[in-house]
Design a protein around this ligand. Structure first.
Ligand SMILES: [Zn+2]
Length: 384
C-alpha cells in the first residue's frame, strides 16, 4: 500500500461518510491497516434513540510504549453542493490544493497518520519498537454517544493500555505548526429560572415581576470574571445565550422568566465549584426572591496535559519540520480528547482549521506532506 498521504487522503475523501454513515471510510482504513500487519477490529455501537455507528480499533505490536493515533472519519454534511468549486466527495486537486468535505477535519490528518505509520513500518522491518494503535470513530460530528467513549471503554475492557495519544484534529489557525492543543476547557450549560407572581401591569404592587429579578441576577452573575485565568488557560467565561419570558400580552406581568447560559471553564474550577460560585452570586442578587438554576449534565470537563517530555517531543518534531515553535494552547471548543485524557496523556495536532465545516473545505497538498513528516518524526523519536 502506498505511503503517499495525498493518495490516501483522496481515497478517504471519496467516501461519503457524513455522520452516522460509514461511507466506506473505515473499510478503506481496515484494508490499509490489515495490509500493514495491524490487527483490526470493526465495532458497531448502539444507543436507544440514536443511530448505530461504526468505529475502528487497530493495533500493531504487543510491547510498550503504546502510542495511540486517534481521530474520526465522519464528516459534517457538505451543504449546498452546487456552491462548491469542486464536488465535496470527489477528492479533486487544483493548483496543489485538495478539495473535499473532511480535507482538514479530519480525513487529511488521518491520511498523514497512515502514511507516517506505513513509512515507519517499512523502515523498521514492519515491527514497531513498541505498539501503535489507531482509535478511529465515526461518531464525532454527531451527538457522539456511539463513538470514542464506548471505543475507549471497549479497549480498556479487553486490557488495552495506552501510554500516549495524538489526536489529529485541525489545531492550527493559519499555518501548519502554529498551535498544539495540550488541553481543553470544560463546558457546562445551565438555565436560570426566576419565579414571580403574575398580575396587571398597571398594578405592579399586586404582582412580583420576575423580569426585574432576572435582570438583577444576570447582571450580578456576569459582573465579575469567574477567575483570572491560570498558567495555561484563559479566564473562565459565562455567556448568557438566551433570555425568555414568552409573554405575548402587553398588560400582564408574567409569572416566570428564564435565561440560558454556557460556561467555558479552566483548571481553576470543577463543575461543583462553578455551580457553587454562580449560585452564590445569584442568591445575593435575588435578595430573597425566588429563583433556581437547572444544570444540564456535562461530560466536558477541563483537562491539561502538562508540558513535559511528551509535549516537548511533539512540539520539537513540529518545529523541526515546519520551522515554527508551536504555541501550547488550550483554546477552542471541546474535542474527543476530553474522553481520551481519562486513559492516557493526549495532545492534539493536525492541519490548518480555517476551512473546516465550510464550503470548499480544502488543504494544500504540501501541508499533507509536511504533517506526515511531523508524525513520522514523532514515531521515530517516540520509539527511539
Ligand atoms: Zn474534527
Amino acid at each position: 500500500m502506498s505511503a503517499d498521504p495525498i493518495t490516501l487522503a483522496r481515497d478517504l475523501l471519496r467516501c461519503p461518510s457524513v455522520t452516522p454513515r460509514e461511507g466506506g471510510a473505515l473499510t478503506f482504513m481496515e484494508r490499509v491497516l490489515a495490509g500493514a500487519g495491524f490487527t483490526v477490529h470493526r465495532l458497531v455501537f448502539s444507543e436507544p434513540g440514536a443511530d448505530d455507528v461504526e468505529n475502528l480499533y487497530a493495533r500493531i505490536g504487543t510491547a510498550s510504549p503504546h502510542l495511540v493515533l486517534a481521530g474520526h472519519t465522519d464528516v459534517v454534511p457538505p451543504g449546498d453542493e452546487s456552491r462548491w468549486r469542486h464536488p465535496p466527495f470527489a477528492g479533486e486537486i487544483a493548483d496543489g490544493v485538495l478539495f473535499g468535505r473532511g480535507a482538514v477535519d479530519m480525513k487529511g490528518a488521518i491520511a498523514c497518520q497512515l502514511a507516517a505509520v506505513l513509512d515507519y513500518l517499512a523502515a523498521n522491518s514492519s515491527e514497531p519498537k513498541g505498539s501503535i494503535s489507531f482509535l478511529i470513530t465515526g461518531d464525532e460530528e454527531g451527538i457522539a454517544v456511539n463513538g470514542t467513549v464506548k471505543l475507549l471503554r471497549w479497549a480498556a475492557a479487553r486490557g488495552e493500555k495506552f501510554d500516549h495519544c495524538i489526536l489529529g484534529e485541525p489545531t492550527n489557525p493559519k499555518e501548519l505548526g502554529d498551535m498544539v492543543k495540550i488541553g481543553r476547557r470544560g463546558s457546562l450549560n445551565g438555565t436560570l429560572i426566576v419565579s414571580g407572581t403574575e398580575g396587571h401591569v398597571a398594578y405592579p404592587a399586586l404582582a412580583d415581576n420576575p423580569v426585574r429579578r432576572i435582570v438583577a441576577i444576570m447582571a450580578a452573575v456576569m459582573a465579575e470574571p469567574l477567575d483570572a485565568g491560570s498558567a495555561h488557560f484563559d479566564p473562565s467565561n459565562l455567556e448568557f445565550t438566551s433570555v425568555d419570558v414568552g409573554n405575548k400580552t402587553v398588560n400582564v406581568i408574567p409569572s416566570e422568566a428564564r435565561a440560558r447560559f454556557n460556561i467555558r471553564f479552566n483548571d481553576l474550577h470543577t463543575q461543583a465549584s462553578l455551580k457553587a460560585l454562580v449560585e452564590m452570586r445569584a442568591r445575593a442578587a435575588a435578595q430573597g426572591g425566588r429563583f433556581r438554576i437547572e444544570w444540564e449534565p456535562s461530560n466536558a470537563n477541563v483537562f491539561l496535559t502538562k508540558p513535559g517530555v511528551f509535549v516537548d517531543l511533539v512540539s520539537g518534531a513540529i518545529a523541526a519540520v515546519t520551522g515554527r515553535q508551536p504555541e501550547l494552547s488550550t483554546s477552542g471548543g471541546t474535542s474527543d480528547a476530553r474522553f481520551i485524557k481519562d486513559y492516557c496523556p493526549v495532545v492534539e495536532f493536525g492541519l490548518v482549521n480555517a476551512t473546516m465545516h465550510k464550503t470548499d473545505e480544502r488543504v494544500p497538498t504540501a501541508d499533507l506532506v509536511a504533517l506526515t513528516a511531523v508524525y513520522r518524526r514523532i514515531l521515530d523519536r517516540y520509539f527511539a
